[in-house]
Ligand binder design. Sequence first.
Ligand code: T46
Length: 137
Amino acid sequence: MGYKLVNFKTLGDERGSLIALEENYNTPFAIKRVYYIFDTKKDVVRGLHAHIKLKQITIAVKGHCTFVLDDGYDREEIVLDNPNKGLLIEGLIWREMKDFSEDCVLLVIASEHYDESDYIRNYQEFITKVMENEKNK
Ligand code: T46
């Protein structure tokens, strides 16, 4: 599936910890956008879409949540629960985020500016696109 878990090196000293993300060094793309998701209410499911072109690294910098990733064939669940753990998603992957802890802050580093036309927000359209890509291989 088009995702990878990345372990970021934790720097720091007796004062505490620090993780640095640097374009094209420990992120495999040029960074065009950073956003963060917080205060997600109990039992809310976010995401429910795929991207055509976008690459992203997602990190639970505080708290935890679960990503459900679906490539049209298989579904896998990834728990993000540590600021040193990044989830890189590239390619056509349907994503859902659920089970947010109350304190969860999800940091997302993205390869593109925000563009609604890059989203597929309908699951059937996503499956059609997966099949098209398969045919064109
Ligand atoms: C993703 C997951 C992990 C903007 O105006 N600019 C932005 O950069 C983003 C990300 C969103 N928005 C607007 C679009 C919606 O009106 O903010 C609102 C909430 O966005 P959305 O419903 O897409 O949020 P999530 O949490 O379902 O999905 C987000 C990202 O959109 C998406 O790319 O992969 O987080």
